[in-house]
Structures are given as structure tokens and as C-alpha cells.
Design a protein around this ligand. Structure first.
Ligand code: FE
Length: 330
């Protein structure tokens, strides 16, 4: 159903693009990161896009409660853990798209095509180069070694990014070993876990901690503000499975009344016109491997990524939360 009635246009006598349509996007990705992209899409297609922003949890609840009455057509959120959750709650519809299959690697997609990754971030190790020589660094698991006693900083465990990291570790090295690692991390903490990645990176810069784990785009944002930041990135697990990467992504809302247009919008986001805008504004890597990252992001260096499907983060999320709790990780 077209949301803009052509009859209304005729009555008002205004000149509107024929068949103009509307899309409503529920997004937990920051509005300032999406607005320039949405404007470009509106200019190109004449489609009016309404952005509604909230945190992932409340948006998923809202979609569930609105059910068939929802105005939402597209759902955008961050982290495979959240995307998996949305699919689990039956909020998204499977879509068949040659464009998305061609543009987005299979490890960044739902097996039933209910969501597709659009930008990529690494969750990796950061260190203070005045205190740490990168030759001392290797894996996430090594941060549990006693040599990092009172030197490690982490974000709180209630955050989905750490749940996803631990969830994929469970898959890669087993629950038993993961629990030992997380216990080791807790033993090595230099300070109580931080409420966000930025505060933790600032603590590394200040010398409160030597090493920590954060998402790459927070590092990029902080570098914009403080070009002399005394923090460097180290890509973890290069001789193991590769660095943990995660995505922001999108799916078509199950009860969208404009699913074809919603799919077109997501397809456009995955292509050459939009990928750099989508990724670069947040210092992320494009999910489409044919698109190069922003030079600043590229300057952090090439690295081997863990190619595990990001939905594993969702599947193992409960187990990860329980494991972290048991290990005393607050
Ligand atoms: Fe974030």
C-alpha cells in the first residue's frame, strides 16, 4: 500500500513525484550517522524516509508490541547479538536479494536472510605505547596472563559488545577455557569496569591502565578529538582465529507494508554509493569487501578477521552472560 495517496495530491493540486513512497526506519544507530545517507536516498529516489531512534532493546519491544500495526519498514541496529535477537523475536522477514548476496559476505548475514551487516567494526586490544611494547601482545586470552596484573581495563559485562566477544570465544576455544580467560581478566583489572569504551580508552591514554579491549570506531572518534592520544591499536589473535569483528546491520520489518521499497533501501545501503558514507561517518569498515575503508581507518593496518558468523554472538549470548557472572566480571 502506498502511504501517500495520489488522490490527495490531485486534490491539493501540488506537483509531487509520481508514486512517491515513504519508509519508516527504526534505528538504534545514532541519527547523526544516518541522516546524511537518508538525505542522499531521498534526493535520489523521492522516497520520504522517517528515522525513529531509540536503543535496540526498546525498539525491539516496540516492534513486538506494534505487531501488524507497525509503521516501521526497516530495522537498523548494531551488533550481531542484537540482530540475532530481532530475528529470534520474529520481527524481521526473510528476503531474497541477489544484490545483498553479492555485496555482503555470508558471515555478516543471517542464515535465513532476515538481516544483513552493513558496516564492520573490530573489537580488539588497545595499549599505551609508553608502557607496552606491542611484542608483548598476542591474544584476548593472553590478557588473562598474570603479567597483566593490575594493568588491564575493560568495559562492563552488561554491554552487548563484550557479550558478543565472549560468545564467540566460547565457540572458538570452548566454555571451559573461556571461563578461565574471563576469570584471569577479572584478576588483572587495574580499575572497576568502565561504563563505555571511550572512558576506557581515555584511562589507557591517562596511564591508569596499560591495555584494554574496545571497538575500533570509538578509537577513531577519540582520535578526532585528541589527535595526540597516547593509545595504539593491536589486532588480536592474528596467529589464531583472527580479530573479533562485528557489524551494524539492517532487516526488513516483518509487518512492513512497503517491504519491496524497504529491501531496495537496504540494497542501496550495501552498494558503492552508500557504503563509504555509512561506514566512514563512524570510522567503520564497509561490509561490502569491494569498497575500501576511509584512509584514516585503513591507516590502522590490515588484519586477519575471525570469519565466524556474527550470529554466533546471539546464539551464545545467554551462556556468555552466565559465564561472565560466574567469573565475577561486573
Ligand atoms: Fe557503540
Amino acid at each position: 500500500m502506498l502511504k501517500k495517496s495520489l488522490l490527495a495530491v490531485a486534490v491539493l493540486g501540488t506537483v509531487a513525484p509520481a508514486m512517491a513512497s515513504e519508509l519508516t526506519v527504526y534505528s538504534s544507530r545514532a541519527t547523526n550517522l544516518l541522516e546524511p545517507i537518508v538525505q542522499k536516498y531521498e534526493q535520489k529516489t523521492g522516497t520520504k524516509v522517517t528515522l525513529i531512534n531509540d536503543k535496540a532493546g526498546p525498539l525491539m519491544e516496540r516492534l513486538k508490541n506494534e505487531g501488524k500495526n507497525t509503521k516501521a519498514d526497516v530495522f537498523i541496529t548494531v551488533d550481531g547479538g542484537n540482530l540475532w535477537q530481532a530475528a529470534q523475536m520474529d520481527l524481521l522477514r526473510p528476503i531474497k536479494s541477489r544484490t545483498l548476496e553479492a555485496n555482503i559476505p555470508s558471515n555478516f548475514q543471517d542464515a535465513k536472510n532476515r538481516w544483513f551487516g552493513l558496516s564492520v567494526r573490530a573489537r580488539t586490544i588497545f595499549y599505551n605505547p609508553s608502557k607496552v611494547n606491542p611484542s608483548q601482545l598476542s591474544t584476548y586470552a593472553d590478557l588473562a596472563n598474570a603479567k597483566w596484573k593490575d594493568k588491564l581495563c575493560l568495559r562492563t559485562s552488561n554491554n552487548v559488545y563484550n557479550q558478543s566477544l565472549v560468545g564467540t570465544m566460547i565457540q572458538n576455544i570452548g566454555a571451559k577455557k573461556t571461563e578461565q580467560v574471563v576469570k584471569g581478566w577479572v584478576n588483572n583489572l587495574a580499575a572497576a569496569p568502565f561504563s563505555n569504551d571511550t572512558a576506557m580508552l581515555e584511562a589507557i591514554d591517562a596511564g591508569q591502565c596499560d591495555v584494554g579491549i574496545a571497538n575500533t570506531y570509538y578509537y577513531g572518534r577519540l582520535l578526532d578529538k585528541k589527535p595526540n592520544l597516547n593509545v595504539k591499536v593491536f589486532f588480536a589473535d592474528q596467529n589464531a582465529k583472527g580479530t573479533h569483528v562485528n557489524v551494524s546491520g539492517a532487516g526488513v520489518v516483518k509487518y512492513s507494508d512497503n517491504a519491496a521499497e524497504a529491501q531496495k533501501f537496504i540494497e542501496w545501503l550495501s552498494g558503492s554509493e552508500a557504503q563509504n558514507l555509512f561506514a566512514d561517518l563512524n570510522h567503520e569498515y564497509p561490509a561490502n569487501p569491494r569498497i575500501s575503508p576511509d584512509p584514516k581507518v585503513a591507516s590502522w593496518g590490515n588484519f586477519r578477521r575471525d570469519i565466524i558468523n556474527v550470529s554466533v554472538a546471539g546464539k551464545n549470548q545467554r551462556q556468555a552472560i552466565m559465564l561472565m557472572k560466574k567469573a565475577g566480571y561486573k
